[in-house]
Design a protein around this ligand. Sequence first.
Ligand SMILES: CC(C)(COP(=O)(O)OP(=O)(O)OC[C@H]1O[C@@H](n2cnc3c(N)ncnc32)[C@H](O)[C@@H]1OP(=O)(O)O)[C@@H](O)C(=O)NCCC(=O)NCCS
Length: 289
Amino acid sequence: MGREILNTQSAINYSIEELTEAYNQTRQDYIVPMPMTPARLQAYVDAYDVDLKSSCVVLDEEDSDLIIGLGMLGRRHNRSWITRVGVLPYTRKLGAGGEIITHLIETSKRSNIQFTWLEVIYGNDPAQRLFMRNHFKQTRELMVLRRPPMTTITDRKLLAMPAIVEECDKEDAISEFAESSEIPNWLNQAETLRNLDDLLVKRIVFQSGWEGRLFYELTTLQIKRVIVQVINGPAEQVTAASLAWLHQEHLMPDAVCENFEVNDPRIKGYLRAGYFESFRRVEMVRRNH
Ligand SMILES: CC(C)(COP(=O)(O)OP(=O)(O)OC[C@H]1O[C@@H](n2cnc3c(N)ncnc32)[C@H](O)[C@@H]1OP(=O)(O)O)[C@@H](O)C(=O)NCCC(=O)NCCS
């Protein structure tokens, strides 16, 4: 498969089923297994503003029905986000990965997008080299946290019942979240929260006057995207106490929180409430103009 020019096509020409199949094939040997179904990939596209027209696939030069690599592009204001990049194991080191990244950067530049973001799992050296070669610079180290089902909270100080727990107006809460000084990773930005139809938002006030806001999605088996916003009080304690309330309410499901900056003071609160570090990612950003 020696090649000079690769056949790169817009991902919009492919069904979500074809893209899912291609994605899973490129990730057969991935460090952290994350297989997708078409429904999950569609939910991913919707949550993270992935633009399939700007996303691409690379086809085998001899068999144009075979997708050998793909990469997706999310778009928000002056930012884009590269995600789901992968090349079939036996067609690597021939330039397809480089072609995908070039395509996604050039598409961003043509739309006057100033910054392109991405994340790479810590220790994924081939991918990190690919991104550094394309002038991405590391910005933050991020942590993915999980909490096993049925974890009981042993820290008695966390079990004080809050004085008030109330449902918040989703739009108002997200607007306030967007105005806070924190710049979250792409997955946790206000735009993502706005895209989630099933997002729950709770305001939690404790006797001491501490106040936290919880954003999360609840399914039978999992509580996803658990984000604590600290409104008043010490970050670690407000986070831990808010999570203690959440997990006493919902003991069964496991929980996941992705891409908090490793030095974020809330992480200690997650750990106190029974979460553990699952793995780390490196966030990288490229200035395009
Ligand atoms: C990361 C990944 C996408 C790179 O794809 P790729 O097609 O191998 O990328 P390229 O061919 O452009 O570059 C890979 C290497 O091959 C080299 N290369 C490219 N064309 C070459 C050629 N014709 N001859 C010899 N070497 C070549 C590149 O210089 C590069 O070398 P380096 O790793 O030492 O820096 C691929 O390894 C992959 O799919 N990994 C699993 C999924 C993954 O990690 N995705 C990224 C998630 S953030």
